[in-house]
Design a protein around this ligand. Sequence first.
Ligand SMILES: Cc1cc2nc3c(=O)[nH]c(=O)nc-3n(C[C@H](O)[C@H](O)[C@H](O)COP(=O)(O)O)c2cc1C
Length: 148
Amino acid sequence: MTQLETLAYVSQASRELTTGEVDGILADARKFNSENGISGVLFHCNGQFFQVIEGSPQAIALVFARIEEARAHGDIDILMRDEIEERNFAEWHMGFVSAPTSVVQELAQADWEAAMPVTRPSLRRSKGLSLATYHWSKWAAEANSTGV
Ligand SMILES: Cc1cc2nc3c(=O)[nH]c(=O)nc-3n(C[C@H](O)[C@H](O)[C@H](O)COP(=O)(O)O)c2cc1C
């Protein structure tokens, strides 16, 4: 089976970004991600980002290097970096949601330690990751989310 890894982080915008600037980052990210088999979601609220990326360990390393270099944000705080059995956001090369600050803060403060395997590998999903998939599915159903 192909090895899969996921990484989640929060970061602080280095300045106030216009919608056009965020759209530009997204377009650039989606192109690179689709070429490199990366899926995931990006939440943006006033001044903060929360992102989950998933893909092969090699692709994760490449994409995360790009993310770390981006001047639009800083203070990157990795919440989780772990192997996964299957993708949680398989359909999204980078789903995007403009989220309320409270949601991003809740995600940043969640428990990101993967639970011990119980009976099925999928049960290893951490509380943080479960929360991210919950918020994503909720917001994806609404009009202010976009994804490619
Ligand atoms: C919050 C955020 C998320 C990003 N996510 C991705 C991503 O998922 N994939 C990717 O290839 N690049 C990602 N990038 C990098 C951008 O696509 C782009 O390379 C970068 O913003 C250009 O930075 P520069 O203006 O510093 O040259 C991200 C950048 C930021 C700020």
